[in-house]
Write a protein that binds this ligand. Structure first.
Ligand code: ADP
Ligand code: MG
Length: 394
């Protein structure tokens, strides 16, 4: 168990917190401030408990240079609206400079300042010790609440923790609770659902889930690589040619481990990768040569839906069809609905799966939607996340 902000006394202390303010922007405007809103509980907790708070984050990929289109200025403004107080923001091209140091030193309990985009400095992603120390020198306690970058050993996510007592905020605490419990002591039956476009991206997670789940449901673009492994026709569907042997291996491993690995029994096949392309449903082993599979079929939806509704724990990563096109979103919707109806613990990992669930209006019916795409996958793979490992144990 990692220490959280609840386990330390922050009264009268300078606290530096790594947030995830990597919000989507268009023409200098924030187009979605979900991440800013999600960070408020930890920020408010620290301010209410008497911390003088210095916030930092990255935004986009300025690649180690002070590119002003990636400035956190707009975030400072939005944050100040939500916090109903001034947010001191000194846009320094070096993130830390004399003026920033002075502002940090003068900061009083209940006051908050935001540093400029940490990726304006090359040392951030190199985890440069010098930069980590510059950041650490501004404060007495380090808080990390940016789960989405916790799988990266950067100066602001890992390096800084060498110099300060380090604890998690509420967002990382929740991620560790749900993902951790799912992996370590799941309510059974434990069901995994894997979709998305390529098997190659997700081999590690599939392998790791095979050690833990009772049932693994496959869908999405990756199912055709499994079909091929079984010797079935896959038409013009997306295919991970390099990983057919691997899919064979995974099928064997599942059998050896007595994990029920299910492939979709029917498929929606279309003439083209287009929403209005003519389409029909085919059995798994009878796909036509000239059509492509874009969604799981109705029988599969029923089978998968039943298994999901009866699960004690469900972890889902990757849409089971091309959900961006309404004509091929049905399978993904049915999976999301079954999860919403499941009384067990339901966890979504993966950016596109989370977007799908949100688009269906079912987000608040899930136990947990992980905010870190790559980070949650690495966690489910059983890898150590540097940004989490750097935090103090309870
Ligand atoms: P996540 O972000 O949830 O981890 P991925 O990024 O792995 O998911 O995959 C999401 C993408 O997979 C979506 O853009 C979706 O359109 C695509 N996809 C799902 N099924 C298919 C399919 N049958 N053919 C092609 N692409 C697919
Ligand atoms: Mg994705």
């Amino acid at each position: 168990m990692k220490k959280t902000v609840r386990d330390i006394d922050v009264k009268g202390k300078k606290v530096i917190e790594r947030c995830d303010f990597n919000v989507p922007m268009k023409d200098g405007q924030i187009t979605d401030d979900t991440r800013i809103r999600a960070s408020l509980p930890t920020i408010n907790y620290l301010l209410e408990n008497g911390a003088a708070l210095i916030l930092m984050s990255h935004l986009g990929r300025p690649k180690g240079e002070p590119k002003m289109e990636f400035s956190l200025g707009p975030v400072a403004e939005r944050l100040s609206e939500y916090l109903k107080r001034d947010v001191v923001f000194l846009s320094s091209p070096t993130v830390v400079d004399e003026a920033v140091k002075k502002a940090a030193a003068d900061l009083q309990p209940g006051q908050v300042m935001l540093l400029e985009n940490v990726r304006f400095r090359k040392e951030e992603t190199d985890n440069g010790e010098g930069f980590a120390k510059e950041l650490a020198d501004l404060a007495e306690i380090y808080v990390n609440d940016a789960f989405g970058t916790a799988h990266r050993a950067h100066a602001s996510t890992a390096g800084i923790a060498a110099f300060l007592p380090a604890v998690s905020g509420f967002l990382i605490e929740k991620e560790l609770k749900f993902l951790g419990e799912a992996v370590e002591k799941p309510e059974r039956p434990f069901v995994g659902i894997m979709g998305g476009s390529k098997v190659g991206d997700k081999i590690g997670v599939i392998r790791s889930l095979l050690e833990k789940v009772d049932t693994l449901l496959i869908g999405g673009g990756m199912m055709y690589t499994f079909y091929k492994a079984k010797g079935w026709e896959t038409g013009t569907s997306i295919l991970d040619q390099d990983n057919i042997d691997l899919a064979k291996q995974l099928l064997t491993e599942a059998e050896e481990k007595k994990v029920r690995l299910l492939l979709p029994e029917d498929v929606v096949c279309a003439d083209a990768f287009e929403n209005d392309a003519p389409s029909d449903v085919y059995p798994a082993d009878a796909m036509p040569k000239d059509r492509m599979g874009l969604d799981i079929g109705p029988k599969t939806c029923e089978t998968y839906g039943r298994i999901i509704r009866e699960a004690g724990t469900v972890v889902w990563n990757g849409p089971v069809g091309v959900f961006e096109m309404p004509a091929f979103a049905e399978g993904t919707r049915k999976v999301a609905e079954a999860m919403a109806a499941c009384p067990g613990v339901t966890i979504i990992g993966g950016g596109d799966s989370a977007a799908a669930v949100t688009a269906f209006g079912l987000a608040d019916k899930m136990s947990h939607i992980s905010t870190g795409g790559g980070a949650s996958l690495e966690f489910l793979e059983g890898k150590t996340l540097p940004g989490v490992a750097a935090l103090q144990d309870k």
